[in-house]
Ligand binder design. Structure first.
Ligand SMILES: [Ca+2]
Ligand SMILES: [Ca+2]
Length: 296
């Protein structure tokens, strides 16, 4: 059980009342009270943004305008090759990784296993990302919240910030001042997960795309390029290789690269893996999906 759970559950409910409409929550808010170094204003995103708050779970989602980008890279592992052009339609993506305090009301329904380290110091801060859950649990949470996991194409497009950033940080570089990955230094004082929003966001206003928790996508790992990269390609008969993105507190910086892919079986749990939510576009013609690779 969480220490002082009742108090922060109450704060969460109060927060919902005040964050039930568009653009009510300041960027950087979740991490600001924990790190002591990221107050609202200091982590302002670099681009104008459009936001909504999902009333079911309190997730703040940022509008990611559609566009073309080059998915993959020649600089990394073989499974990032070849770089290929992808068109991604506009969609909503969670500004932050899903947190413990968001996850708790869902967990208390009793329909999913207890996460690893649930209630353990170092992992149970209300604003730390929920980790230690399976892909199946993350998917169930999304369904409960009326949301979904992003595809890996959506994730990479949003991470690159429309600038083909090498790392999905505020500058495209990587350092302990910009993200939480293995080890400490600079603003990174965490050997485990940091409260979400403790580092500056990427150009789309998304926090912790580099590091903190690895993030499940709804995509099954396949060699590049593959058809339907921009849409959910989950196959009920093949749950062995779900793609995660972004690196984590337990991995070195190169795993934070924008194009880096990692795969885990959907039924396993790791204390370095969590997720963020996504949602289809609400306007006609802006729904995510149905994108096919095209020649570079
Ligand atoms: Ca760290
Ligand atoms: Ca992350």
């Amino acid at each position: 059980m969480f220490v002082e759970r009742a108090s922060w559950v109450s704060m969460f409910m109060i927060g919902l009342l005040f964050c039930s409409t568009v653009t009510s929550c300041a960027p950087g808010e979740p991490g600001s009270g924990q790190s002591g170094k990221s107050s609202p204003g200091s982590n302002q995103p670099l681009m104008a943004e459009k936001k909504i708050t999902n009333s079911k779970d309190g997730s703040v989602l940022v509008w990611i305008p559609g566009g073309d980008f080059t998915m993959g890279s020649n600089k990394g592992d073989d499974d990032e090759k070849p770089p290929h052009k992808i068109k991604v339609k506009g969609f909503w993506l969670g500004m932050y990784e899903v947190t413990n305090k968001q996850f708790e009301p869902f967990y208390e329904l009793g329909e999913v296993p207890e996460p690893l380290h649930w209630g353990e110091k170092g992992f149970n801060d209300p604003n730390q990302p929920i980790t230690g859950i399976t892909w199946e649990t993350a998917t169930a949470y999304c369904q409960w919240a009326g949301l979904r996991l992003p595809t890996e194409a959506e994730w990479e497009y949003a991470a690159a910030g429309a600038k083909q950033l090498e790392y999905p940080t505020s500058t495209g570089a990587i350092s302990h001042d910009l993200a939480n990955y293995r080890g400490i230094g600079g603003k990174d004082r965490w050997e485990g997960p940091a409260p979400v929003g403790s580092f500056p966001p990427n150009p789309f206003g998304l926090f912790d795309m580099a590091g903190n928790a690895w993030e499940f996508t709804c995509s099954i790992w396949k060699p590049y390029p593959y058809e339907g990269a921009g849409r959910e390609n989950f196959d009920q008969d093949n749950r062995e290789m779900m793609v995660l993105r972004g690196g984590s507190w337990g991995f070195s910086e190169q795993y934070c690269r924008t194009a880096r892919r990692r795969r885990f079986a959907s039924h396993l749990t790791y204390d370095f893996a969590g997720f963020r939510v996504a949602k289809d576009g609400e306007k006609a013609g802006e729904t995510a999906g149905s994108d096919l690779p095209t020649k570079k």
